[in-house]
Design a protein around this ligand. Structure first.
Ligand code: ADP
Ligand code: MG
Length: 347
């Protein structure tokens, strides 16, 4: 779709590397006092005084993590930023800076990268973070994006994966499975379009789940909420790969077991109806779907009254001694061992 159809597109080699970096980044303004010097020297200079610094990196590779036939570049830029910020929030931290590294082929004109950067800029504005650097290089064919998020947390306030204890409650934010079902809808429309390029997809009934796939949000609000409620989770992780594999990470790192109750897993009605339409089991989708970028955390039982009734938070189970293992308790009260890919593999 990007192959030089338009004569008015600007080839990247017209700008040169420095011209390109300058063009893409000059509109970004500094928001954080921790940013002493951003783009333009050999390294950014950040000053966190007495804070602990958090650093997290993720790569996105065309054809593996995204498909440009249904992922607009602006959304891709936004998502690349947001999924990295999510990792900082999952440590109970405050995100403050990003670096963005690109490998890009000459099949992309300048205008495509401007779109990508407009999404990155939107995320920087919404989440109040500074773009402070990156790297730009060429690739033979695809687009590769690597984002590093930097943040900070007060001494003693970081929440790791290893702090859950038996009897802690297991809590999930928001609802699950939407991003995966949004992807199913987009992939189906892509196939329809291949057969009939004149077809006009009606995505309106699926807008919630399509948005969950194309424009996920990181739960910065939950870190603030827990702080306001004076609840410090004992362990926390973000849900990038599906509930099941994230629970297993908490269990392994914390050396505990878990009981997860199927009937407690939060699902949006659109996810349930899309699952019916695609003949998929909604529990399997929540367990194995991934990309929801909700937070999963454990809390001491004594903190339950503080979170009770909050519409953003759902208690889905509790932790046990390690030797009990990690199980899903199904609606008909069967105990099914959790596997990294859910208990009922896609097929
Ligand atoms: P160096 O040769 O020291 O690696 P570069 O020429 O790669 O420096 O980068 C110059 C400046 O531009 C640096 O501040 C770098 O962090 C920044 N930069 C490079 N590529 C990007 C990018 N894709 N997005 C944002 N900043 C970038
Ligand atoms: Mg460089």
């Amino acid at each position: 779709m990007l192959e030089g159809k338009d004569k008015d597109k600007t080839p990247l080699d017209k700008l040169g590397e420095f011209g390109l970096i300058n063009h893409l980044t000059e509109v970004f303004t500094v928001k954080q006092s921790t940013t002493k010097f951003g783009i333009g020297d050999d390294a950014a200079v950040l000053n966190f005084e007495d804070k602990n610094v958090l650093v997290s990196t993720d790569q996105l590779i065309e054809g593996i993590h995204f498909d440009l036939s249904y992922m607009p570049l602006k959304h891709l830029g936004y998502k690349a930023a947001v999924v990295n910020l999510s990792d900082i929030y999952a440590m109970n931290g405050t995100a403050s800076q990003l670096t963005v590294s690109l490998a890009v082929s000459n099949r992309f004109p300048l205008e495509a990268l401007e779109e990508l950067y407009s999404g990155i800029q939107l995320a920087c504005d919404l989440y109040q973070v500074d773009l402070v650097g990156g790297d730009t290089t060429s690739s033979d064919k695809g687009l590769y994006i690597s984002v590093t998020a930097i943040g900070h947390v007060d001494e003693g306030e970081a929440v790791y994966r290893n702090g859950a204890r038996p009897n802690d409650l297991l809590v999930v934010t928001g609802d699950l499975g939407g991003a995966y079902m949004g992807l199913q809808v987009l992939q189906r429309e892509k196939e329809v379009f291949k057969v009939n390029p004149n077809s006009q997809p009606d995505l309106e009934p699926y807008s919630y789940i399509v948005e969950r796939q194309l424009k996920p949000e990181a739960r910065r609000d939950i870190v603030a909420l827990l702080n306001d409620l004076e609840v410090k989770p004992t362990a926390m992780i973000d849900i990038s790969d599906g509930l099941s594999s994230e629970i297993l990470h908490l269990c392994t790192n914390s050396k505990v077991g878990c009981m997860l109750y199927e009937d407690k897993i939060p699902l949006d009605p659109t996810v349930i109806s899309a699952c019916e339409e695609f003949n998929l089991d909604s529990t399997t989708v929540a367990l194995s779907g991934g990309e929801d970028y909700e937070l999963l955390f454990t809390i001491d039982q004594k903190d339950f009254p503080k979170i009770k009734g909050n519409p953003n938070l759902t208690v889905v189970g509790h932790m046990t001694e390690a030797d009990r293992g990690a199980h899903l308790i199904s609606r008909n009260e069967q105990s099914i061992p959790l596997k990294a890919q859910g208990w009922n593999s896609f097929g």
